[in-house]
Design a protein around this ligand. Structure first.
Ligand SMILES: NC(=O)c1ccc[n+]([C@@H]2O[C@H](COP(=O)([O-])OP(=O)(O)OC[C@H]3O[C@@H](n4cnc5c(N)ncnc54)[C@H](O)[C@@H]3O)[C@@H](O)[C@H]2O)c1
Length: 249
């Protein structure tokens, strides 16, 4: 038994990578998981893994850029489990490795729609049930790109800077209601997402990590779990690095 037994955890981007690892971590601790993702096939795999380890969960296909779908996701969690205790927003896209000059207007909008507006929609949708409970924790996935600004990744960097500011604003706004909001800024975590970064750039980025390797999804999931737990009861409206020592401020 852990403090997450019987609690409801919504994880977006749960189809793979960090979101899947977070969903599995909370499931291993007895939580009811609503695993949400755009990709139904990936969600089935995640649910299979959760059930294989004896956990409980449901899959909910969602496009986080669509407000009515996000509302439907939260309604489903309430219908199935009666409450929403934790939201983890891990759905995100990197977009093309491209200069601002070559970046299309559509690509700029698409990246912000998923990475920033999607996070806003998910946070907005869980506030009413969490406020009724006078308890709840939100953990958003930002990125070190949102602190440093990565060349060839202007839209991604900008969207993640937005997630950091949204987290800080919302954390302060919701504190009087007893809700906490934090975000995490990973550097390079070993998932499919970083496989799209060109090899030379990936190796260069690795040399900037004092621990000398990319992070593992389980290491990010451990931080997500901590920030959602009562052990982090005095932590809100903050951005937490998960960078192997790369972050310098
Ligand atoms: N991997 C890293 O090095 C790294 C570093 C910094 C930040 N992050 C952030 O962490 C989060 C998770 O990254 P990851 O490496 O696990 O990525 P990933 O590509 O492995 O997984 C992302 C998941 O999000 C889902 N998704 C994409 N668009 C969606 C949409 N519109 N609606 C619902 N789901 C959608 C995908 O289907 C996928 O399952 C992202 O927000 C990412 O920006 C990752």
């Amino acid at each position: 038994m852990t403090e997450f037994s019987g609690k409801t955890v919504i994880v977006t981007g749960a189809g793979k990578g960090i979101g899947r690892a977070a969903a599995m971590r909370f499931a291993a601790e007895g939580a009811n998981i609503l695993a949400a993702d755009l990709d139904a096939g990936l969600l089935d795999e995640t649910l299979g893994l959760i059930k294989k380890q004896g956990g409980k969960g449901i899959a909910n296909q969602v496009d986080v850029t669509r407000w009515t779908e996000v509302q439907g996701m939260v309604d489903r969690a309430l219908h199935e489990f009666g409450r929403v205790d934790v939201l983890v927003t891990s759905a995100g896209i990197l977009g093309s490795n491209i200069t601002v000059q070559d970046l299309s207007l559509e690509e700029w909008d698409r990246i912000h729609a998923v990475n920033l507006t999607g996070v806003f929609y998910c946070c907005k949708a869980v506030i009413p049930p969490m406020a009724r409970q006078h308890a709840g924790a939100i953990v958003n996935m930002a990125s070190i790109a949102g602190k440093e600004g990565n060349p060839m990744m202007a839209a991604y960097s900008s969207s993640k800077a937005g997630v950091i500011a949204l987290t800080k604003a919302l954390g302060k706004e919701l504190a009087p209601l007893g809700l906490r909001v934090n975000c995490i800024a990973p550097s390079m975590i070993d998932t499919d997402m970083i496989k799209t970064v060109p090899d030379a750039q990936r190796e260069m980025l690795k040399t900037r990590v004092p621990l000398g390797r990319f992070g593992r999804v389980e290491e990010v999931a451990a931080l997500i779990r901590f920030l959602a737990s009562s052990e982090a009861s005095y932590l809100t409206a903050q951005c937490w690095d998960c960078s192997g020592g790369r972050a310098v401020y």
